[in-house]
Write a protein that binds this ligand. Structure first.
Ligand code: HEM
Length: 448
């Protein structure tokens, strides 16, 4: 069985219908030809946007000239009440300065230090999960949020503040999906929008909780008693160029994005990976065998080099269901791509979703084949056409972190459980700002 893919829309639809489709799901709003095109233009009365699907052009925008293609302001609109001035939304000097402080916390060496916290979150997930029919997306959200709390603040999700923050994040997302889609299709500036009282209330609640965690941590740092985790690292790092540190307020913005970017995305990828393995019991068994052998020696960072199949499966899940399906940038000067003129202020859409299933780039683009990474085509595509974390200067700060977390949790779960499809309940992917399953991902769990 082929992994589920959203139905594409007919080639020509009215703008009205396009907007309607977009609000339902940004993937089925797109025509099938985008899986074969190098570039496409969307012209509407309000805006022009250009989807770029050619590896060399994606490289140009993201890697070669990132400062010429800043993030489009309007895309972040739905997130601003929650994320404030976080590194995810800023551009230019502010963004550069924030990355100088954040990046060291996510370097390779630090990943080794966060490993015990990830391991503990994996053990907690295995202990928490029950057998029978289970909605694994929610379970993975819980597990991934736990990973973030433990690595960032050294507290498990059972902690009162952690549990409350997690709960509020869910509420925030429920108030936001439509607005997220609207933020993605740049609406004309004059169109009224704004945040509901509910959205503002949950954003305030979350920020209040995070502010509490951050203030408590600041006090521990000052007292010299702070645990050596990501929060302490980020809050004590000085900008090598100015010597300044994050203020408490700025730290709240960054913590908010770590929670949001760090748990929704990993949870989505893990949920899809489990479903893909349920579709392919042969791969699942191979993975379980690998996990059994690799994890037998107990908690040690060295296990990561043994979890090769788990890594390949996680990569394949990120290819087929990239948690961030599309990214948007803006032109700041006239550009010319493939004989087309892009005026200033054009939206440039980069679509991991389409690039990862591009029919002229990948062999067997819609099939699940973790073995592909060992082939010539797979290796070349990994370098040029696999961008689940984006690439270049604005690459996901958590990419290395997620590539430890994902395979590790997969291995720990597969060692404990067998996952099977539930007949009639195959998930349907839909996308707003992240790819989710329409009615969750239901799988039948039995103990191994
Ligand atoms: C499978 C898991 C993940 C995926 C697929 C993912 C994907 C992405 C993508 C595609 C972007 C770029 C968005 C854009 O340019 O519009 C991004 C940015 C970012 N991600 Fe992740 N992410 C993941 C996990 C994480 C984790 C675990 C963290 C932190 C703990 C994190 C923190 C961030 C931050 C701070 C940014 C903003 C970077 C910037 O704009 O300079 N992400 N992520």
């Amino acid at each position: 069985m082929m992994p589920p893919k959203p139905e594409a829309r007919p080639d020509r639809v009215s703008l009205w219908r396009y907007m309607k489709l977009f609000r339902q799901d940004i993937l089925s709003a797109q025509p099938a030809r985008l899986y074969r095109a190098w570039m496409a233009e969307f012209r509407t009365p309000f805006f022009r946007s250009f989807m770029v699907n050619q590896p060399s052009l994606v490289d140009e925008v993201l890697r070669a000239r990132p400062l010429d293609f800043p993030k489009s302001d309007r895309v972040g609109e739905g997130l601003r009440p929650l994320l404030g001035n976080s590194v995810f939304l800023t551009n230019g000097e502010t963004w550069l300065r924030q990355r100088r402080i954040i990046d060291p916390a996510f370097e390779g060496g630090r990943l080794r230090d966060t490993f015990p916290a990830m391991w503990a979150a994996g053990e907690a997930a295995v202990a928490r999960m029950e057998t029978g029919e289970v909605e694994v997306e929610a379970e993975m959200s819980h597990a991934a949020a736990d990973v973030i709390f433990r690595t960032l603040f050294s507290i498990p999700i059972e902690n009162e503040v952690a549990a409350e923050t997690f709960h509020q994040f869910r509420a925030y997302q429920r108030t936001q999906p439509i607005l997220n889609a609207a933020a993605f299709v740049p609406l004309p500036r004059w169109m009224p929008r704004g945040f509901s009282a509910e959205t503002k209330r949950t954003a305030r609640a979350i920020r209040g909780l995070i502010a509490q965690l951050t203030a408590e941590r600041m006090a521990l740092i000052e007292a010299g008693d702070a645990p050596d985790d990501l929060a302490t690292k980020i809050m004590t790092t000085t900008d090598p160029e100015t010597g300044a540190r994050f203020s408490t307020e700025e730290m709240v913005d960054q913590v908010a994005i770590f929670f949001l970017a760090g748990h929704e995305t990993s949870a989505s990828a893990l949920g899809w990976a489990l479903y893909l393995l349920a579709l392919h019991p042969d791969w699942q068994d191979k993975l379980a065998t690998e996990a059994e052998a690799a994890l037998a020696g107990g908690m040690e960072f060295g296990v990561m080099s043994k979890l090769k199949l788990a890594r390949d499966v996680f990569r394949e899940a990120l290819r087929l269901y990239p948690p961030v399906p599309m990214m948007v940038r803006e032109t700041v000067k006239p550009e010319r791509f493939r004989d087309r003129d892009l005026p200033v202020g054009s939206q440039v859409v980069l679509s991991p979703w389409h690039l990862h299933r591009h029919e002229r780039v990948w062999e067997n683009p819609d099939g699940f084949d973790p073995g592909r990474w060992a082939t010539e085509n797979g290796k070349q595509c990994l370098r040029e056409a696999w961008i689940p974390f984006s690439v270049g200067a604005r690459v996901c700060t958590g990419a290395g972190f997620a590539m430890v977390e994902g395979p590790l949790l997969l291995a720990m779960l597969l060692r404990a459980f067998r996952f099977e499809r539930v007949e009639g309940r195959d998930p349907v992917p839909v996308a707003y700002l992240t790819v989710r399953a329409k009615d969750g991902i239901w799988l039948k769990l039995t103990r191994r």
